[in-house]
Design a protein around this ligand. Structure first.
Ligand SMILES: NC(=O)c1ccc[n+]([C@@H]2O[C@H](COP(=O)([O-])OP(=O)(O)OC[C@H]3O[C@@H](n4cnc5c(N)ncnc54)[C@H](OP(=O)(O)O)[C@@H]3O)[C@@H](O)[C@H]2O)c1
Length: 250
Protein backbone atom coordinates (compact mmCIF):
# COMPACT_ATOMS: atom_id res chain seq x y z
CA UNK A 1 0.00 0.00 0.00
CA UNK A 2 1.26 3.47 -0.86
CA UNK A 3 2.53 5.04 2.37
CA UNK A 4 0.79 8.36 1.83
CA UNK A 5 -2.68 6.79 1.82
CA UNK A 6 -1.95 4.01 4.30
CA UNK A 7 -3.99 4.77 7.44
CA UNK A 8 -2.93 1.68 9.39
CA UNK A 9 -3.24 2.33 13.12
CA UNK A 10 -5.10 5.62 12.56
CA UNK A 11 -8.39 6.32 14.32
CA UNK A 12 -11.17 7.84 12.24
CA UNK A 13 -14.66 9.00 13.24
CA UNK A 14 -17.19 9.68 10.49
CA UNK A 15 -20.27 11.53 11.75
CA UNK A 16 -22.99 10.67 9.23
CA UNK A 17 -20.99 7.56 8.34
CA UNK A 18 -24.00 5.30 8.58
CA UNK A 19 -25.09 5.85 4.99
CA UNK A 20 -24.36 7.36 1.60
CA UNK A 21 -21.25 9.47 1.14
CA UNK A 22 -20.12 9.15 4.76
CA UNK A 23 -20.46 5.37 4.63
CA UNK A 24 -18.28 5.29 1.50
CA UNK A 25 -15.70 7.48 3.23
CA UNK A 26 -15.75 5.24 6.32
CA UNK A 27 -15.02 2.12 4.26
CA UNK A 28 -12.29 3.86 2.26
CA UNK A 29 -10.41 4.53 5.52
CA UNK A 30 -11.16 1.02 6.83
CA UNK A 31 -9.82 -0.56 3.63
CA UNK A 32 -6.60 1.41 4.15
CA UNK A 33 -6.01 0.08 7.64
CA UNK A 34 -7.77 2.59 9.90
CA UNK A 35 -9.99 1.79 12.86
CA UNK A 36 -13.24 3.51 11.92
CA UNK A 37 -16.24 4.49 14.04
CA UNK A 38 -19.41 6.07 12.68
CA UNK A 39 -22.37 7.98 14.11
CA UNK A 40 -25.92 7.80 12.76
CA UNK A 41 -29.53 8.23 13.85
CA UNK A 42 -30.77 4.65 14.25
CA UNK A 43 -30.71 2.82 17.59
CA UNK A 44 -28.15 0.18 16.60
CA UNK A 45 -25.93 -0.94 13.73
CA UNK A 46 -28.33 -3.82 13.02
CA UNK A 47 -30.99 -1.29 12.04
CA UNK A 48 -29.05 -0.41 8.87
CA UNK A 49 -29.40 -2.32 5.60
CA UNK A 50 -26.52 -2.65 3.08
CA UNK A 51 -29.16 -2.73 0.32
CA UNK A 52 -29.96 0.89 1.24
CA UNK A 53 -26.32 1.99 0.99
CA UNK A 54 -25.62 1.47 4.70
CA UNK A 55 -22.93 -1.19 5.21
CA UNK A 56 -21.66 -1.10 8.80
CA UNK A 57 -19.45 -4.20 8.48
CA UNK A 58 -16.18 -3.66 10.32
CA UNK A 59 -17.21 -0.23 11.66
CA UNK A 60 -17.91 0.82 15.24
CA UNK A 61 -21.28 2.52 15.70
CA UNK A 62 -22.97 4.98 18.08
CA UNK A 63 -26.45 6.51 17.76
CA UNK A 64 -26.19 10.29 18.25
CA UNK A 65 -28.82 12.79 17.10
CA UNK A 66 -26.53 15.67 16.16
CA UNK A 67 -29.44 18.13 15.94
CA UNK A 68 -29.26 18.07 19.77
CA UNK A 69 -26.10 19.80 21.07
CA UNK A 70 -26.49 18.08 24.45
CA UNK A 71 -26.49 14.66 22.76
CA UNK A 72 -23.20 15.53 21.06
CA UNK A 73 -21.69 16.64 24.36
CA UNK A 74 -22.89 13.51 26.15
CA UNK A 75 -21.78 11.05 23.43
CA UNK A 76 -19.00 8.66 24.45
CA UNK A 77 -15.60 9.21 22.87
CA UNK A 78 -14.96 6.45 20.33
CA UNK A 79 -11.76 4.41 20.80
CA UNK A 80 -11.58 5.50 24.45
CA UNK A 81 -11.09 1.90 25.65
CA UNK A 82 -8.30 0.92 23.28
CA UNK A 83 -6.19 4.05 22.93
CA UNK A 84 -4.89 7.14 24.63
CA UNK A 85 -7.97 8.95 23.40
CA UNK A 86 -6.52 10.68 20.34
CA UNK A 87 -8.37 10.94 17.05
CA UNK A 88 -6.51 11.21 13.73
CA UNK A 89 -9.37 12.11 11.39
CA UNK A 90 -12.84 13.53 12.05
CA UNK A 91 -15.13 13.60 9.01
CA UNK A 92 -18.39 15.54 9.37
CA UNK A 93 -20.70 14.12 6.69
CA UNK A 94 -24.03 14.54 8.47
CA UNK A 95 -26.68 16.32 6.47
CA UNK A 96 -30.36 16.69 5.82
CA UNK A 97 -32.67 18.52 3.43
CA UNK A 98 -36.39 19.30 3.35
CA UNK A 99 -38.43 19.51 0.18
CA UNK A 100 -41.84 21.05 -0.65
CA UNK A 101 -40.76 24.45 0.71
CA UNK A 102 -40.35 23.04 4.22
CA UNK A 103 -37.15 25.05 4.73
CA UNK A 104 -39.07 28.32 4.34
CA UNK A 105 -40.98 27.49 7.55
CA UNK A 106 -39.39 28.21 10.92
CA UNK A 107 -39.29 24.59 12.12
CA UNK A 108 -37.80 23.34 8.85
CA UNK A 109 -35.20 26.09 8.74
CA UNK A 110 -34.17 25.40 12.35
CA UNK A 111 -33.88 21.64 11.80
CA UNK A 112 -31.72 21.89 8.68
CA UNK A 113 -29.47 24.57 10.17
CA UNK A 114 -29.07 22.51 13.36
CA UNK A 115 -27.94 19.38 11.50
CA UNK A 116 -26.02 20.93 8.60
CA UNK A 117 -24.25 23.82 10.33
CA UNK A 118 -24.61 24.04 14.13
CA UNK A 119 -23.65 20.39 14.59
CA UNK A 120 -20.42 20.88 12.63
CA UNK A 121 -19.23 23.39 15.22
CA UNK A 122 -20.53 21.31 18.11
CA UNK A 123 -18.69 18.20 16.86
CA UNK A 124 -15.54 20.18 16.04
CA UNK A 125 -15.48 21.70 19.53
CA UNK A 126 -16.01 18.33 21.22
CA UNK A 127 -13.20 16.57 19.36
CA UNK A 128 -10.67 19.39 19.19
CA UNK A 129 -8.57 18.06 22.11
CA UNK A 130 -8.45 14.58 20.54
CA UNK A 131 -7.42 16.03 17.17
CA UNK A 132 -4.79 18.28 18.77
CA UNK A 133 -3.35 15.23 20.55
CA UNK A 134 -2.49 13.59 17.21
CA UNK A 135 -1.95 16.61 14.95
CA UNK A 136 -5.10 15.39 13.24
CA UNK A 137 -7.34 16.44 10.41
CA UNK A 138 -10.97 17.65 10.37
CA UNK A 139 -12.88 17.31 7.12
CA UNK A 140 -16.31 18.80 6.46
CA UNK A 141 -18.75 17.71 3.75
CA UNK A 142 -20.57 20.77 2.43
CA UNK A 143 -22.03 20.98 -1.09
CA UNK A 144 -21.86 22.86 -4.36
CA UNK A 145 -25.18 24.29 -3.09
CA UNK A 146 -23.07 26.44 -0.76
CA UNK A 147 -21.64 28.32 -3.75
CA UNK A 148 -24.88 29.47 -5.36
CA UNK A 149 -28.64 29.88 -5.03
CA UNK A 150 -30.80 26.84 -4.38
CA UNK A 151 -34.29 28.11 -5.00
CA UNK A 152 -36.36 25.58 -3.04
CA UNK A 153 -33.89 25.04 -0.20
CA UNK A 154 -32.80 28.24 1.57
CA UNK A 155 -31.57 26.48 4.72
CA UNK A 156 -29.68 23.81 2.81
CA UNK A 157 -27.84 26.41 0.70
CA UNK A 158 -27.17 28.78 3.62
CA UNK A 159 -26.00 25.96 5.89
CA UNK A 160 -23.60 24.69 3.23
CA UNK A 161 -22.22 28.20 2.59
CA UNK A 162 -21.79 28.39 6.36
CA UNK A 163 -19.92 25.08 6.35
CA UNK A 164 -17.49 26.40 3.73
CA UNK A 165 -16.94 29.53 5.83
CA UNK A 166 -16.52 27.55 9.06
CA UNK A 167 -13.96 25.32 7.36
CA UNK A 168 -11.95 28.39 6.40
CA UNK A 169 -12.11 29.96 9.86
CA UNK A 170 -11.32 26.79 11.82
CA UNK A 171 -8.48 26.07 9.41
CA UNK A 172 -7.04 29.44 10.30
CA UNK A 173 -7.83 29.30 14.03
CA UNK A 174 -6.48 25.80 14.71
CA UNK A 175 -3.46 25.66 12.39
CA UNK A 176 -1.22 26.72 15.25
CA UNK A 177 -2.30 23.67 17.21
CA UNK A 178 -1.41 21.35 14.35
CA UNK A 179 -4.99 20.60 13.25
CA UNK A 180 -5.72 20.90 9.55
CA UNK A 181 -9.34 21.70 8.64
CA UNK A 182 -10.55 21.16 5.07
CA UNK A 183 -13.71 20.12 3.30
CA UNK A 184 -15.21 18.66 0.16
CA UNK A 185 -18.20 20.09 -1.71
CA UNK A 186 -19.87 17.23 -3.57
CA UNK A 187 -21.92 17.70 -6.72
CA UNK A 188 -24.70 15.14 -7.29
CA UNK A 189 -24.26 11.69 -5.71
CA UNK A 190 -26.95 8.97 -5.67
CA UNK A 191 -27.86 8.56 -1.98
CA UNK A 192 -31.07 8.56 0.03
CA UNK A 193 -30.77 12.35 0.24
CA UNK A 194 -31.06 12.74 -3.53
CA UNK A 195 -33.69 10.12 -4.44
CA UNK A 196 -36.05 12.98 -5.27
CA UNK A 197 -33.77 13.67 -8.27
CA UNK A 198 -32.18 10.32 -9.08
CA UNK A 199 -35.46 8.35 -9.05
CA UNK A 200 -37.21 10.87 -11.27
CA UNK A 201 -36.14 10.17 -14.89
CA UNK A 202 -36.69 13.71 -16.24
CA UNK A 203 -34.90 15.37 -13.34
CA UNK A 204 -32.05 12.87 -13.54
CA UNK A 205 -31.60 13.46 -17.29
CA UNK A 206 -31.65 17.23 -16.70
CA UNK A 207 -28.99 16.92 -14.00
CA UNK A 208 -26.77 14.61 -16.05
CA UNK A 209 -26.93 17.04 -18.99
CA UNK A 210 -25.37 19.71 -16.75
CA UNK A 211 -22.44 17.53 -15.59
CA UNK A 212 -19.51 17.80 -18.03
CA UNK A 213 -18.16 14.39 -17.00
CA UNK A 214 -21.57 12.95 -17.90
CA UNK A 215 -22.22 10.84 -14.80
CA UNK A 216 -23.26 11.11 -11.18
CA UNK A 217 -20.59 11.10 -8.51
CA UNK A 218 -20.19 8.08 -6.24
CA UNK A 219 -19.35 7.84 -2.53
CA UNK A 220 -15.97 6.42 -3.70
CA UNK A 221 -15.32 9.58 -5.75
CA UNK A 222 -15.97 11.65 -2.61
CA UNK A 223 -13.80 9.36 -0.50
CA UNK A 224 -10.85 9.83 -2.86
CA UNK A 225 -10.81 13.56 -2.21
CA UNK A 226 -11.22 13.03 1.55
CA UNK A 227 -8.34 10.53 1.67
CA UNK A 228 -6.15 13.07 -0.09
CA UNK A 229 -7.09 15.86 2.32
CA UNK A 230 -6.49 13.62 5.36
CA UNK A 231 -3.17 12.32 4.05
CA UNK A 232 0.36 13.72 4.23
CA UNK A 233 -0.03 14.62 0.53
CA UNK A 234 -2.16 17.55 1.76
CA UNK A 235 0.16 18.46 4.65
CA UNK A 236 0.32 22.13 3.54
CA UNK A 237 -3.40 22.50 2.74
CA UNK A 238 -5.78 24.00 5.28
CA UNK A 239 -9.05 25.93 5.31
CA UNK A 240 -9.93 24.79 1.79
CA UNK A 241 -13.06 23.21 0.37
CA UNK A 242 -12.40 21.02 -2.66
CA UNK A 243 -15.26 20.92 -5.17
CA UNK A 244 -15.82 17.32 -6.31
CA UNK A 245 -18.60 17.58 -8.88
CA UNK A 246 -17.55 16.21 -12.27
CA UNK A 247 -17.45 19.78 -13.52
CA UNK A 248 -21.06 20.66 -12.61
CA UNK A 249 -20.18 24.14 -11.35
CA UNK A 250 -17.85 25.00 -14.22
N1 LIG B 1 -25.82 13.18 -2.22
C1 LIG B 1 -25.47 14.33 -2.79
O1 LIG B 1 -25.66 14.55 -4.00
C2 LIG B 1 -24.82 15.41 -1.97
C3 LIG B 1 -24.37 16.54 -2.64
C4 LIG B 1 -23.73 17.54 -1.91
C5 LIG B 1 -23.54 17.39 -0.55
N2 LIG B 1 -24.02 16.27 0.07
C6 LIG B 1 -23.79 16.18 1.51
O2 LIG B 1 -23.16 14.96 1.81
C7 LIG B 1 -23.44 14.61 3.16
C8 LIG B 1 -23.92 13.17 3.20
O3 LIG B 1 -25.19 13.10 2.55
P1 LIG B 1 -25.62 11.81 1.70
O4 LIG B 1 -25.95 12.29 0.36
O5 LIG B 1 -24.64 10.73 1.88
O6 LIG B 1 -27.03 11.46 2.38
P2 LIG B 1 -27.44 10.30 3.40
O7 LIG B 1 -27.18 8.97 2.79
O8 LIG B 1 -28.83 10.63 3.80
O9 LIG B 1 -26.45 10.51 4.63
C9 LIG B 1 -26.66 11.51 5.59
C10 LIG B 1 -25.99 11.09 6.86
O10 LIG B 1 -26.26 12.07 7.87
C11 LIG B 1 -26.82 11.43 9.00
N3 LIG B 1 -27.75 12.32 9.71
C12 LIG B 1 -28.77 13.03 9.23
N4 LIG B 1 -29.41 13.69 10.21
C13 LIG B 1 -28.74 13.38 11.35
C14 LIG B 1 -28.93 13.69 12.72
N5 LIG B 1 -29.92 14.50 13.14
N6 LIG B 1 -28.07 13.16 13.64
C15 LIG B 1 -27.06 12.33 13.24
N7 LIG B 1 -26.84 12.00 11.96
C16 LIG B 1 -27.68 12.50 11.02
C17 LIG B 1 -27.56 10.23 8.42
O11 LIG B 1 -27.84 9.24 9.42
P3 LIG B 1 -28.83 8.01 9.06
O12 LIG B 1 -28.05 7.10 8.17
O13 LIG B 1 -29.14 7.40 10.38
O14 LIG B 1 -30.02 8.62 8.37
C18 LIG B 1 -26.53 9.77 7.40
O15 LIG B 1 -25.49 9.04 8.00
C19 LIG B 1 -24.49 15.60 3.65
O16 LIG B 1 -23.86 16.62 4.40
C20 LIG B 1 -25.04 16.17 2.36
O17 LIG B 1 -25.60 17.44 2.52
C21 LIG B 1 -24.65 15.29 -0.60
Amino acid sequence: MNGDTDFTGRKVLVVGGSSGIGNGIAHAFRQRGAAVHVWGTRASAEDYDPAEGSDLTGLGYTCVDVSDPDAIEAAPLPFADNSSGGLDVLVLSQGTVLYKRGEFAREGWDKVMAVNLDSLMNCARKFKPQLAATGGSLITVSSVAGFGANVGNPAYAASKAGAVSLTRTLGNAWAGEGIRVNGIAPGLVDTKLTKVTTQHPDRLAGSLARIPQGRLGTPEDMAGAVLFLASPLAAYVTGQTLIVDGGLTL
